[in-house]
Design a protein around this ligand. Structure first.
Ligand SMILES: Cc1cc2nc3c(=O)[nH]c(=O)nc-3n(C[C@H](O)[C@H](O)[C@H](O)COP(=O)(O)OP(=O)(O)OC[C@H]3O[C@@H](n4cnc5c(N)ncnc54)[C@H](O)[C@@H]3O)c2cc1C
Length: 403
């Protein structure tokens, strides 16, 4: 999105724009959620990167070894050195099953799966096809994770899928989270927690996994609780790219410290981190990256014109949350305002229900794949405000507030 938008605004004689990535395959990660249930095929979630880039943007396939921020260069692992005037780090975050003892043991991809990678989601689809019942545990290792609602969505979809297959009575479904409730924000946590309850899904909270025991097939927490599974669907610890650490640019999870309003590195004024790679206290989500890019592009043009950057990102996120049986919720929030109920005004097709399960929200989620490939990535304007609006939202007090 950044390079496609900037290419239109920066003269080709004065500016070269280079994207470095490991391969030529861009994946629509929200689609991974649907792979285990056979609703999408792998080829519906992947496209060639170079076809998504505007003419005049160079794609360089290579593995970044490190950034040399004091020398304004990016060193690739094959030894190539790319000098820059400005650098945007957009290397995302990745599941790291290697960080939890036992997770990558004998049960990995036998009875332990993740759906945060295409391989994992496809392998899980095979496992679900032969699953006839038992203890299905959906587990979040630690926060932050990208798309923090995705494991809940997976749980709701698994519940609906098992009912459809006539297997639900033979399955004990448990949702295990390190959080004190079903979600990070109190009002949504209450709402999503009661949805788990309604579906007979057990919620295990404050569970910090210490190791996975592949022999007894159990998650073991630091406070010595054990949760046995026949099939474990885990979201491993998410971490930023290792090169961020090697470059001395990251925090303990390899996220780049930036100003939360401008996404400019706190250490280097010609370096920005956008998307999941940044340490901003917002959800790690494609929608956050999209809204942040709106602010970034305006600011960047001011910066190179020698002006003050005036755009201020507010942490805006919005996500459709699949809840099964062809319905979904919508949540919309930012740094300061948690997801609230109400109506989300959307030109032409809206308004959409906030924190309400509706068919329209589900159709919105499905339609988003098209919007992603055809509108968002090419950098075309989207009729959604970058800043969160209170229009249509109903402020409520959660029972946590009351307590
Ligand atoms: C299952 C799932 C469901 C999701 N659902 C939603 C949703 O419904 N709504 C939503 O808003 N978001 C959702 N997300 C999150 C969304 O996909 C991410 O937040 C978004 O893709 C982040 O974009 P990014 O550009 O920051 O990082 P990415 O898209 O992850 O891109 C990072 C890039 O950096 C490259 N890279 C990393 N290290 C190196 C290196 N050393 N050398 C070269 N290249 C490197 C990678 O190859 C990759 O292409 C979901 C994610 C998952 C996994």
């Amino acid at each position: 999105m950044i390079v496609n938008r900037l290419r239109r605004r920066l003269g080709k004689r004065d500016w070269t724009i280079t994207v470095v990535d490991r391969d030529d395959v861009h994946q629509y990660q929200p689609g991974f959620l649907f792979l285990p249930f056979g609703a999408y095929d792998a080829d519906q979630v992947s496209r060639s990167r170079h076809e998504l880039l505007a003419p005049g943007v160079d794609l360089l396939i290579g593995d970044v070894d490190r950034v040399l921020p004091d020398e304004d260069g990016v060193l690739l692992s094959d030894g190539r050195l790319l000098p820059y005037d400005y650098l945007v780090v957009a290397s995302g975050t990745s599941p790291r099953p290697d960080q939890t003892p036992g997770m990558l043991g004998a049960q990995w991809r036998r009875s332990i799966f993740d759906f945060y990678t295409e391989d994992g989601a496809s392998a899980l689809a095979d496992a679900l096809r032969t699953f006839r019942g038992g203890r299905l545990v959906v587990h979040v290792t630690d926060m932050p994770i990208k798309c923090p609602v995705a494991p809940l969505e997976f749980t709701f979809l698994a519940d609906a899928w098992l009912r459809e297959k006539g297997l639900r009575r033979d399955v004990e479904l448990t949702y295990v989270t390190p959080l004190p409730g079903a979600f990070t924000k109190p009002v949504a946590a209450e709402h999503l927690g009661s949805m788990l309850d309604d579906r007979g899904i057990r919620l295990e909270t404050d569970f910090l996994v210490e190791h996975v025991d592949p022999e007894s097939k159990a998650l073991v927490s630091y406070d010595e609780r054990e949760i046995a599974f026949d099939l474990l669907v885990t979201v491993p610890l998410n971490m930023g790219a290792d090169f961020v650490a090697r470059s001395g640019l990251g925090d303990e999870l390899n996220y780049v410290p930036v100003d939360r309003g401008t996404l400019q590195s706190t250490a280097y004024p010609n370096l920005f981190a956008v998307g999941d790679a940044a340490d901003i206290p917002a959800s790690k989500a494609g929608s956050v990256a999209h809204f942040a890019v709106d602010v970034f592009v305006g600011n960047f043009l001011q910066l190179i014109a020698g002006e003050q950057m005036t755009g201020e990102f507010d942490g805006h996120a919005n996500c459709f949350v699949e809840s099964g049986k062809g319905k979904a919720l919508l949540i919309d929030f930012n740094y300061d305002t948690e997801p609230l109920p109400g109506r989300y005004p959307l030109p032409v097709v809206g308004p959409l229900g906030l924190l309400q399960e509706t068919r329209a929200n589900h159709l919105g989620k499905l339609a988003f794949r098209w919007v992603y490939w055809n509108v968002l990535l090419p950098g075309r304007p989207v009729p959604l405000p970058s800043h969160m609006s209170m229009l249509g939202k109903t402020p409520v007090r959660s029972s946590t507030d009351a307590a």
